[in-house]
Design a protein around this ligand. Structure first.
Ligand SMILES: *[C@@H]1O[C@H](CO)[C@@H](O)[C@H](O)[C@H]1NC(C)=O
Ligand SMILES: *[C@@H]1O[C@H](CO)[C@@H](O)[C@H](O)[C@H]1NC(C)=O
Ligand SMILES: *[C@@H]1O[C@H](CO)[C@@H](O)[C@H](O)[C@H]1NC(C)=O
Length: 370
């Protein structure tokens, strides 16, 4: 009996220690992924993961549903195969209290040139690149994204999330105007998100906020795109999807871009609200259309000239917006509001020079020449 128990205990010890040992030896060096077939097992087993030189097959999402508290490091080049047309995303990372890091010299290459045709979303089949759903103080730092086929980063359903040190480079898409709709950071349905210290070179909004609250963007350098934007009214039926509040953009530069600052509400959408938006210390240069554009007449992807009041804008603050316009179509300020649908604006230190055309405001924010 004693003998039986003894053997049983030994077996138990061996078995209970064997499983983690097997984990350690199988995933030595901190659970490194070098081939796509390893992804699901490593992600389920490990909380300190390295993705090194991974080639993701065409038409597959690199889906990383990380365990709580995981640290994930990208090393080398992560590439995404090109095959058929599809919507992506190429990569989708979810988790609570996760830290995702790009090692020095690492990059994720979306192979944009294979997809670019100058039409962006108007010709479907280009995969979105990088989707994030993260909570609990998660961080994503020093990620280098190259050549997004279409929209680069989508932050959705996130809470307590910080992105810093990103380098989004779609500048190759400037060639022959082939890159299009390559938004930098799109944000929806999120609360308490910070994006800071990042460089974005693209062909659409540098940042586009669609919904959410307590979002803060700072120290961003935007080149080549459409500026720092709010685009509110993505839902034609659900007012809860058309709300933003407490959004700040501070200490950013917008260079060689279509707009500097762009706040638009969709006149063909359900009701909604835009409350407490602050732009502070934004430096513009080489802006070709509008330094500051506030419009409530956006419908079917364009400006109709007929502003509506379904999504009022309350408390739009501008402080120290400076810089220069360029080209024959440029205008420093354009404000087109629906009846009674813009109020409590407070603009100060707005000084934008070099425009070819005059400014226009059907609602004149206090503190501005218009
Ligand atoms: C790794 O260990 C965990 C528990 O520590 C276990 O659930 C899992 O099955 C193990 N994975 C492998 C591949 O052995
Ligand atoms: C606005 O958002 C910031 C950043 O998330 C937060 O620190 C601040 O408390 C918020 N302000 C209000 C009035 O909610
Ligand atoms: C407008 O903004 C300025 C500068 O940020 C501030 O000093 C002033 O109190 C604000 N006025 C109102 C009415 O909020």
């Amino acid at each position: 009996m004693w003998c039986f128990n003894f053997i049983f205990v030994i077996t138990l010890i061996v078995c209970t220690t064997a499983s983690p040992l097997f984990n350690e030896t199988s995933y030595a060096g901190g659970c490194t992924i070098t081939s796509y077939s390893q992804v699901s097992t490593v992600v389920k087993s490990c909380t300190n993961i390295i993705i090194n030189g991974l080639a993701v097959p065409a038409g597959k999402t690199l889906q990383l549903d990380l365990k709580s508290g995981t640290t994930l490091t990208f090393q080398g080049t992560t590439s995404f195969g090109y095959g058929t047309k599809w919507e992506g995303p190429l990569i989708f990372i979810t988790g609570n209290r996760i830290n995702v890091i790009g090692a020095p010299g690492s990059k994720l290459d979306g192979q944009g040139p294979h997809y670019w045709d100058g039409k962006g979303g108007a010709n479907p089949g280009k995969p979105k690149f990088f989707r994030i759903k993260a909570t609990g103080g998660s961080t994503f730092s020093n990620i280098h994204l190259l050549n997004c086929p279409i929209q680069c980063v989508s932050i959705q359903n996130s809470n307590q999330l910080t992105l810093s040190g990103w380098n989004i480079d779609v500048s190759a898409g400037d060639r022959n105007k082939l890159g299009h709709n390559t938004d930098g950071f799109d944000t929806s349905n999120s609360d308490t998100v910070t994006v800071r210290n990042s460089v974005i070179k693209n062909q659409d909004d540098c940042v586009a906020v669609n919904s959410g609250k307590n979002l803060h963007f700072s120290n961003l350098q935007c080149f080549g795109g459409h500026g720092l934007s709010l685009s509110i009214g993505m839902s034609k039926t659900d007012p809860s999807k058309n709300q933003v509040s407490n959004i700040t953009f501070s200490d950013c530069t917008v260079t060689n871009s279509r707009n500097g600052i762009h706040v638009k509400t969709h006149s063909d959408a359900a009701r909604g609200s835009v409350n407490d938006i602050t732009y502070s210390n934004i430096k513009l240069s080489g802006i070709t259309y509008y330094g500051i554009n506030v419009q409530q007449d956006y419908a079917n992807g364009g400006s109709t000239g007929h502003a509506s009041n379904n999504i009022p804008i309350k408390g739009l603050k501008m402080n120290r917006i400076t810089g220069t316009m360029t080209g024959s179509k440029s205008s420093a300020i354009y404000v087109l509001c629906g009846s009674g649908a813009c109020y409590n604006f407070n603009w100060s230190g707005v000084s934008i020079s070099g425009a070819s055309k005059g400014s226009y405001c059907n609602y004149k924010p206090p503190g501005v020449q218009c």
